[in-house]
Design a protein around this ligand. Structure first.
Ligand SMILES: Nc1nc2c(ncn2[C@@H]2O[C@H](COP(=O)(O)OP(=O)(O)OP(=O)(O)O)[C@@H](O)[C@H]2O)c(=O)[nH]1
Length: 288
C-alpha cells in the first residue's frame, strides 16, 4: 500500500478498517502489533485493545536501528509490566525476527494446549500483523516469511479467502497486514507521528513539524545539530535554528531569504533516514 501514509482518516475510513480487522481477527490466534520503536506509544492504535478482546498480542518495536537502544529497553520492560510481550526488531535487516517468532508461538501456547486437552489435534498457530501506516508492517511480514518462504493455503485459481504464509513449522501468518488508523488525540502525539512519517506531511504544516523536531533535538542533542549543519550555537528559538540550517545548506530565495519549507523537508528526511543518529521521541514515563 504505497500511498497509505497519505491517507486522511475520516470516520468512514476508520469504520471500514475496523470491519476488515474484525473479520480477520476471527481467523487468528495471535495479533502482532507493529509500532515504530521511536514512538512506541504514539504509534499504537487507540482502539486496538478493545478490538482484540482477550486475544493474545505481541508488540513489535520495529525500526530499532533508528531508535535509542536504552529507551527501547525501557519500553520493552514497560510493556512487560503491562503484561504485554514486546520485541525490538529491524525488519529491513531481518534482525530480531527469530525472537519474534518464538514469542508469537509462546503467546498462543495456552490456547493450543487447551484445545489439545479437549482431544483436538494440534494445529499451527495462526497470526496476523496490524499497525498504523508506515511502521513497517509489510517489511515485518516479508522478514518473517523469508524464514521459509512457502505459501500455504488456497491454491491458485481459487484464491477467494485469505492467503497464509508458513513462517516456520507450527506458525502461519496472514499475508496481508491489517491497516489501523493512528491516534489523533492531541497535537503532541500528532506531531510525533508527523516527525517519523506515520502521518502525511499534509496533516501539519511541514515547518511546524520541523520546528518541533529542532526543539526536541536542541534539548536532547544540540551537539548533533551544531556539528551536522555547522551552525555554531543553537538558538533558543527553533525557527531561528531552522533558518540557520537552511542558510548553511544554501536554501536561499532571491534576496537571501531562507526557503524554510525546503529546509524543513530536508531536515525531516535526514532525521527519518537516521542521518542525525538514533533518537527515541518518547520514553515510558512521558506517558504516565
Ligand atoms: N530504518 C528502517 N526502516 C525500515 C524498517 N522496516 C521498514 N522500514 C522502512 O519503513 C518504510 C515503511 O515500511 P513498510 O513495510 O512499507 O510499512 P507498512 O507499515 O507496511 O506501510 P503501509 O503499507 O504504508 O501501511 C519503508 O521505507 C521501509 O523500508 C527498519 O527496521 N528500519
Amino acid at each position: 500500500m504505497e500511498d497509505s501514509p497519505t491517507i486522511q482518516w475520516y470516520p468512514g475510513h476508520m469504520a471500514k478498517a475496523k470491519k476488515l480487522i474484525k473479520k480477520n481477527l476471527d481467523l487468528v490466534d495471535v495479533v502482532i502489533e507493529v509500532v515504530d520503536a521511536r514512538i512506541p506509544q504514539s504509534s499504537r492504535n487507540p482502539d486496538l485493545k478493545s478490538l482484540l478482546a482477550k486475544k493474545p498480542g505481541v508488540i513489535v518495536l520495529n525500526k530499532k536501528d533508528l531508535a535509542d537502544g536504552a529507551a527501547t529497553k525501557k519500553w520493552i520492560s514497560y510493556f512487560a509490566s503491562q503484561g504485554l510481550g514486546a520485541v525490538a526488531v529491524n525488519g529491513a535487516l531481518k534482525q530480531g525476527i527469530k525472537e519474534l517468532i518464538h514469542m508469537v508461538k509462546q503467546s498462543a501456547e495456552p490456547v493450543l494446549a487447551a484445545l489439545e486437552a479437549k482431544g483436538r489435534k494440534r494445529r499451527a498457530v495462526r497470526a496476523m500483523v496490524v499497525g498504523i501506516p508506515n511502521v513497517g508492517k509489510s517489511t515485518v511480514i516479508n522478514a518473517m516469511a523469508d524464514q521459509v518462504s512457502a505459501k500455504t493455503g488456497n491454491k491458485p485459481g481459487i484464491t477467494k479467502g485469505p492467503q497464509w504464509i508458513r513462517v516456520v513449522e507450527g506458525l502461519e501468518l496472514l499475508d496481508t497486514p491489517g491497516l489501523l488508523w493512528p491516534k489523533f488525540e492531541d497535537r503532541a502525539t500528532g506531531l510525533k507521528l508527523a516527525i517519523t512519517g506515520a502521518v502525511s506531511d499534509l496533516v501539519y504544516p511541514v515547518e511546524d513539524v520541523a520546528r518541533n523536531l529542532v526543539h526536541f533535538l536542541a534539548e536532547h542533542d544540540a551537539g548533533t545539530l551544531r556539528e551536522r549543519y555547522k551552525i555554531g550555537e543553537v538558538d533558543p528559538d527553533p525557527l531561528k535554528t531552522l533558518e540557520a540550517i537552511g542558510k548553511k545548506r544554501g536554501f536561499l530565495a532571491t534576496g537571501g531569504v531562507v526557503k524554510m519549507d525546503q529546509t524543513a523537508v530536508m531536515l525531516l528526511q535526514e532525521f527519518r533516514n537516521g542521518k542525525l543518529g538514533r533518537f527515541s521521541l518518547e520514553e515510558p514515563m512521558d506517558n504516565g
